[in-house]
Ligand binder design. Structure first.
Ligand code: ADP
Ligand code: MG
Length: 264
């Protein structure tokens, strides 16, 4: 079943380079269109500045495109009723690169994970405690972490908390924007394995946005390559690629220790 349909998205930002200069429209996305099936992990790769994060924000309903529409479970994100918007806020979640900045540093891990339940569910205190316990088990974090503050955790632990928070309301789709890019290779591998296990167990779909073609290939069922705001190539699982933009991303992998770069 189709979970997400992205139709003919155009997006531009308005810039005024210097005071008194005329406003310029900078086109960031042009005619971007694709769909995502339930249970699928779709990779979106491209060089920095190719428009990946802008597309991610549009899919999440955080920004409105100039043209085009996004249908999530058949609901047009920009014409949704308040009831539909609530459904989307539960079923469509995100994990971003900078995990630390997505936390309120004054909240404990318990408070961070409790928030979605307070906002969306009617659980009592004991039920919330049980749910938070389950979430920590899901992302393989120790229960003792609940009293810690984000600053006391490692980057890998922070990203696990982020994933746990994204999972709290049992979403259908998680948009992961450079979600593992700031982690070292070994942590990247463990987080990818965790995401894959969760995908199977919870029947999740992912949009995995990254500049790293190798990690994306390892993670995704299918990859879309972006260049200058356009989708230029689709790569099937294990498939070959021939577009220069894909080749460039391939050549950008310059491992100091090639064996460490291997996700196999
Ligand atoms: P990527 O995630 O692939 O690195 P982005 O979507 O972040 O790319 O950015 C694509 C282009 O859009 C860049 O040229 C960037 O400078 C521009 N851009 C992104 N967000 C804004 C904004 N809020 N205002 C103006 N320009 C922006
Ligand atoms: Mg980005």
């Amino acid at each position: 079943m189709t979970l997400l349909e992205v139709k003919n998205i155009d997006m531009h930002y308005v810039q005024r380079p210097f005071l008194f200069q005329r406003r310029q429209e900078i086109s960031v996305l042009q005619k971007v269109a694709f769909s995502l099936q339930e249970g699928e992990c779709l990779g979106i790769v491209g060089q920095s500045g190719s428009g990946k994060s802008t597309l991610g924000r549009i899919i999440l309903g955080m920004e409105r495109p100039k043209n085009g529409e996004v249908l999530f479970q058949g609901v047009n994100l920009y014409e949704a009723t308040s009831k539909q918007k609530k459904m989307v806020r539960r079923d469509l979640q995100a994990v971003f690169q900078n995990s630390y900045h997505s936390f309120n540093p004054k909240q404990t891990i318990y408070e961070i994970l409790e928030e979605p339940f307070l906002n969306f569910e009617h659980y009592n205190k004991t039920e919330r405690q049980q749910k938070i316990k389950e979430l920590l088990e899901c992302v393989e974090l120790p229960q003792t972490i609940v009293d810690s503050y984000p600053s006391q955790l490692s980057g890998g632990q922070q990203q696990r908390v982020n994933i746990a928070r994204a999972l709290a309301l049992k979403p259908k789709l998680i948009v992961l924007d450079e979600a593992i890019s700031s982690l070292d290779m070994i942590l990247q591998k463990t987080i990818i394995q965790l995401l894959q296990t969760l995908q199977k167990e919870l029947h999740l779909s992912y949009i995995f946005i990254s500049h790293d073609l190798q990690a994306t290939r390892f993670m995704s069922d299918r990859i879309l390559v972006m260049q200058h705001g356009q989708l230029v190539e689709e790569i099937a699982k294990g498939g070959t690629y021939k577009h220069p933009a894909s080749q460039e991303l391939h050549n950008a992998i310059l491992p100091s220790h090639p064996r460490e770069r291997s996700f196999n």
